[in-house]
Design a protein around this ligand. Structure first.
Ligand code: NDP
Length: 330
């Protein structure tokens, strides 16, 4: 079966030559294992971190071994009574067309309740990151202003909608006019800012957030976040979800010059990884599914086709080629 391995640790921006394709035999099924056919593969910015060998919260990928990420797969054969041929499962699986996997760690997903790809997005890690990051760390109150960076992406587009459900004034920052338009017309954001065409971000934020920023959901870090922090309110909360704008940097980060704004505004900043809230995942998925069913939440996806296009889909995240969740369909 075809496999995608990490060939080199990327230097700066990842490239196609950092990956290679190999063919390997499929091992015999043992008890407690299933044979899986990959249907959808999630590509995510955080995988960039696992491609380098800097110490982190998850171990780095091993060179010349398969890359792995969230995958939806179909059970072709099973040696576990709880899984049958034809079931669909979600799990952290290898970038392989077909693979044998242990069943612990796999979750059955129901293709009648939602399209399979949704379990990688709104009904998976993405949705949980948006919901739990915003509510647990942002602690938003009705009437407050929420600013979201990376707003047209998978996590950001859900954060903004949850903000509207919770009664906030919601402003999104994204990289094209089309994305900004989508935030407002599809996802109900009140205002949007195109960071690529805006000369003075701080001024644009001040205009879009006339009462200042109470909650900042940060997916990108870097200069965009510096501009946001000039506009934060007293007792505001920043949720450090991600920092994609600096993931490919090859020099250490500069010190942030906006720290005095945190001091004088008694403002807090907190990072998190979604695993921190493992005890709230079930409840979170239940809430997201309910909102989805009620039509209060919508989602969009960018679906690339073909196993061979997984690395390119991953690279495209850093070029902003996706709207909503980027997935690859096999
Ligand atoms: P997205 O769907 O948001 O895809 C990435 C987007 O980032 C692109 O579409 C692009 O949009 C934007 N982007 C790329 N490069 C830059 C840049 N240099 N400056 C500003 N924006 C840029 O990905 P996800 O929703 O999956 O992830 C969003 C963030 O959340 C990431 O930082 C990720 O690491 C983090 N994350 C954190 C988790 C946690 O547990 N803490 C869990 C999941 C995700 P545009 O066109 O607008 O530039």
């Amino acid at each position: 079966t075809q496999t995608i391995n990490l060939k080199n640790r990327p230097k700066g921006k990842p490239e196609l030559t950092d990956f290679d394709f190999t063919n390997s035999a499929i091992p015999e099924l043992k008890d407690g294992e299933v044979l899986l056919k990959t249907k959808y593969v999630s590509v995510d910015p955080y995988l960039r971190g696992r491609m380098s060998d800097a110490p982190s919260y998850i171990p780095p990928f091993v060179l010349n071994e398969p890359v792995s990420s969230g995958v939806i797969a179909e059970v072709l054969a099973s040696k576990d009574a709880n899984f049958s041929e034809g079931d669909f499962v979600s799990g952290m699986l290898k970038w392989k067309e077909t693979q044998v996997a242990k069943t612990n760690g796999l979750i059955k997903v129901d293709s009648n309740k939602a399209p399979l790809s949704a379990y990688l997005g709104i009904l998976g890690m993405t949705g949980l990151t948006a919901y739990l990051g915003l509510t647990e760390i942002g602690r938003p109150k009705k009437g407050e202003t929420l600013l979201v960076s990376g707003a047209a992406g998978a996590v950001g587009s859900i954060v903004g909608q949850i903000g509207k459900i919770l009664g906030l004034h919601v402003v999104g920052i994204a990289g094209t006019d089309e994305k900004v338009e989508m935030l407002k017309s599809e996802f109900g954001f009140d205002e949007g800012i195109n960071y690529k065409t805006t000369k003075d971000m701080s001024e644009a934020i001040e205009k879009a957030c006339p009462h200042g920023v109470d909650v900042y959901f940060d997916n990108v870090g870097g200069e965009i976040s510096d501009a946001v922090l000039f506009n934060i309110n007293k007792f505001s909360r920043t949720i450090n979800c991600g920092a994609i704008s600096v993931y490919n940097d090859t020099t250490p980060p500069k010190s942030i010059s906006v720290q005095p704004f945190l001091v004088k505004n008694s403002s807090s900043m907190q990072g998190f990884i979604i695993g921190d809230f493992a005890d709230k995942h079930q409840e979170g998925i239940k809430q997201l599914a309910e909102w989805l069913q009620e039509g209060k939440l919508k989602y969009t996806e960018t679906i690339q086709e073909g196993f061979e296009n997984i690395p390119q889909a991953f690279l495209d995240l850093f070029e902003g080629k996706n709207k909503g969740k980027m997935v690859v369909k096999l």
